[in-house]
Design a binder for this molecule. Structure first.
Ligand code: GAP
Length: 440
């Protein structure tokens, strides 16, 4: 990639996402809503593939993480006990002239407005939780909050899980779902938004074992980074200083990524101690302790929390996969996505749209492959060159072309995305060929 394109990496990825139906600004026809995005067809497929892979990696392929799903709404009492109403805030300053609000910790000059040059007011703490009025009016209205983190769903269900699943320590509770934060200054595409998915688990351990499991999850997080296709060299660990840690954490490592707009947080790994369970015990009056089956002794487990922002994963995956090169004398753009997350794994083309024999054979092959892999596309729009360009831009690892030789010799052309290399493969061998090369 030439240096100029690298400088425009974010703009190029945003443009590709719009052009190819991955990500759109939300409610665009009404002028948009800051910090909220819609995913189109390919964006939705990529988003699902990342969630599915995360679930497979951290839940299905293990025995120690249990599944849970909790609502996005929770009553005030939960957020009071968790400390989010008191402590989940960012420092804010507002310009006295244009009224624009900024995060004070992100401004180079604390006195001058970066938008209009006006004078900035005093710093104040701004709480990020979204309140929601629940009920039908008058005394029946209660304040609830859209969840600022999904973790509280795991803590308030701790007793239910212990009573129904009887797990031994250590064990985790894993969830994927929406979180909401009224960010002062949403920005940088999917990086800082107001509504996003989190993929997260709370891992309950004995207090004297927290360091061992902190290290275990630290290593596992690196395995995930490799598996999902985030450039390893662009990720850096940051030991978060005590004064910068969340109110519940005794140790946090941020996994930062080299975004085009700077090195910033991608994921977090926190030691939450027994803070949350103890807070909910005190506020609810319920016993959230764990009884050791061997000794009968009771204790409140401690918690290690690996957390993965889904939108930031999408962004880091797209930035890691974006490529430009020269092919057949032309600049081409492609996404070198790992086959496991690519929205489309295989595209099948008839060489010509107006030759019924070719179309019928291509359809047959498409149907056979679709029975084995649902993320496959039939494409007969435009010429072959145009179809390759489209599939390259959405990151399709393999394109299969059915031509006149296919009708006679029973083979097809398989083109590999990254190299553009084309090979003739017998139709009978297609499945094993694609399996061997990672297409399924
Ligand atoms: N339960 C712990 C927790 O929520 P956090 O560091 O506040 O921790 C978790 O958030 C992850 O959510 C971050 O590591 C980041 O990936 C993502 N994230 C946080 N704020 C975000 C925002 N405004 N937009 C998109 N992703 C965000």
């Amino acid at each position: 990639m030439n240096p100029e394109n690298k400088n425009n990496l974010l703009e190029n990825v945003v443009a590709l996402c719009k052009r190819r139906g991955f990500v759109f600004p939300s409610v665009e026809i009404y002028g948009g809503l800051a910090g909220v995005y819609d995913y189109g067809h390919y964006g939705t497929l990529l988003a699902h593939n990342i969630k599915d892979l995360w679930w497979k990696h951290f839940v299905e392929e293990r025995e120690d993480n249990l599944a849970i799903t909790t609502p996005t709404l929770a009553p005030e009492a939960v957020w009071q006990a968790s400390g989010h109403l008191a402590g989940f805030s960012d420092p804010m300053v507002v310009c006295k002239k244009c009224n624009h609000a900024f995060r004070a910790d992100q401004l180079a000059d604390q006195k001058k407005c970066p938008d209009c040059g006006g004078e900035l007011g005093d710093q104040a703490k701004f709480n990020l939780m979204f309140p929601v009025a629940i009920g039908v009016g008058g005394k029946n209205v209660n304040t609830a909050y859209l969840r600022g983190e999904i973790a509280q769903g795991m803590f308030v269900n701790f007793k239910n899980i212990i009573d129904t699943m009887h797990p031994d320590l250590p064990f985790g509770l894993a969830q994927i779902g929406k979180a909401y934060r009224n960010e002062i200054a949403p920005r940088d595409f999917l990086f800082r938004v107001r509504e996003f998915d989190l993929m997260e688990f709370e891992y309950f351990v004995r207090e004297n074992e927290w360091e061992k499991y902190f290290e275990m999850w630290r290593a596992e997080m690196w395995k995930w980074i490799d598996r999902v296709g985030i450039t390893r060299d662009a990720v850096h660990e940051l030991e978060v200083a005590p004064e910068d840690r969340a109110h519940y954490s005794k140790r946090t490592i941020d996994f930062e990524f080299d975004y085009p707009f700077g090195k910033k947080e991608l994921y977090g790994l926190a030691y939450r101690t027994d803070y949350d369970l103890k807070q909910h015990m005190a506020a609810s009056g319920k016993d959230l302790s764990y009884t050791d089956p061997a000794t009968g002794g009771k204790s409140v487990p401690h918690v290690i929390e690996p957390t993965f922002g889904h939108g930031r994963t999408m962004l880091a995956v797209l930035l890691s996969a974006y490529r430009e090169d020269e092919m057949n004398g032309e600049t081409r753009t492609y996404l070198a996505l790992k086959p496991e997350v690519a929205p489309v794994k295989i595209a099948v083309f008839p060489l010509l749209k107006n030759k019924p024999d070719l179309v019928a054979r291509a359809r047959e092959i498409f149907k056979q492959l679709k029975a084995k892999c649902s993320q496959i596309e039939f494409d007969d729009n435009g010429n072959i060159g145009k179809r390759y360009r489209r599939q390259d831009e959405i990151g399709t690892p393999f394109c299969i072309t059915v031509d006149f030789d296919s009708l006679e010799k029973g083979d097809v052309t398989v083109r590999e995305r990254d190299t553009g290399k084309q090979e003739r493969v017998g139709i009978e061998e297609l499945t094993s060929y694609l399996k061997k090369h990672g297409g399924f």
